[in-house]
Design a protein around this ligand. Sequence first.
Ligand SMILES: Cc1cc2nc3c(=O)[nH]c(=O)nc-3n(C[C@H](O)[C@H](O)[C@H](O)COP(=O)(O)OP(=O)(O)OC[C@H]3O[C@@H](n4cnc5c(N)ncnc54)[C@H](O)[C@@H]3O)c2cc1C
Length: 378
Amino acid sequence: MGSEEGESDVFDVVIIGAGAAGLGAGIALAHSGVGNFVIIDKGPVGSSFASWPEETRFITPSFPSNSIGMLDLNSIAIGVSPAYNMKIEHPTGREYSEHLQSLAEFFELPVRENVEVVRITNEDGLFSVETNDWTISSKNVIWAAGEFLYPRLRGFTGSELCRHTANLVNYADLDGGDFLVIGGYESGTDAAYHLSKRGKNVTMFDKGDPWGLDASDPSTSLSTFTYERMREASFEENVTLLPKNPVTSVELLDGIYEVKSKDGRVFRSETQPLLAGGFDGSHTLVSHLFEERGDGFPLLNERDESTIVPGIYLCGPSVRHDNHDFCFIFKFRQRFAVVAQSIASSMALPTDEFVQAYRDWGMYLDDLSCCGQECVSC
Ligand SMILES: Cc1cc2nc3c(=O)[nH]c(=O)nc-3n(C[C@H](O)[C@H](O)[C@H](O)COP(=O)(O)OP(=O)(O)OC[C@H]3O[C@@H](n4cnc5c(N)ncnc54)[C@H](O)[C@@H]3O)c2cc1C
């Protein structure tokens, strides 16, 4: 199918993903003066957030701090505050998805919903973005398809027998009294919190010791929100933590799940074990267009562009530079304008005022010497 009437045949930019990263990058593009772009998503705007387990809330707090020049931590654009907009400090995924929908309307972003990208190729500098509906030609591509819809379901023998927390509708409807949770960072501890609140017994395994780590970067350590939850009586009474004890295998024998861990112990449960082992991420779909870092993430130049195929950029939590990661919104939003400036200046648009405005709001990070530490699975 070709482009629709009134549209240009070749876009300057196609953004894949209408989540926090894709919409934020779209707003920055518009501010930089780029107008001929489209944002496509395989679901509705913010649908990835909408599919979080119902009880799961943001760990980063929202606060209407914009009036003193400090952007709300969960904001994706200058002048926007989810706290002011929703009057909620720790929104659920569904609440945040509604916030994103209101932003897409407010900024009149050119979003096409329910269009899935299946393949991207590049010939003679022009990208062909194949979708289940239509093929789009574009001079530039911003890949912002996130991680949540691409959970990691591997890692040990029998991992496919487990249920990834990303695939849960909610914790309230889970049957069973005893739960085994594999992976103890934010998602695993969130699962343990909601289950323990309902009086369920939870045994949680981790290969490291996320609960005892003393680090200041929330990409590495658990969040304050989570530490507070772990101090609640129901968590202390019902949750057993097994640090430095990775699961080595899971088997299903006569209806009983048998989980073996590194210390040689065997745990049995009638309830399907929950896997909170992180995400493969959507960047695996475009790995042919990027060189790969040693840790499997795409290698990017200083503009978050592919080092081998000019014109394709990455936005969102998979952005990595050396040992710097951008796995939270308040981190990866600082790179939207870097990408937008790169594209705008390639079109000979003036960008000085745009960059200064974004820099003034902490939304233009080009000096990476101020941040550090590795990311763990959120
Ligand atoms: C449980 C959990 C809690 C978190 N809590 C926080 C927090 O408190 N604070 C924080 O800053 N971060 C948090 N994060 C991380 C943050 O939510 C993610 O980093 C964020 O969702 C990333 O935004 P995104 O736009 O890159 O991806 P997403 O929000 O996942 O958006 C990607 C979009 O791309 C679309 N898409 C995917 N594949 C295709 C395709 N092939 N074709 C077309 N469209 C496609 C999807 O439908 C989706 O709408 C959390 C993550 C999880 C999993």
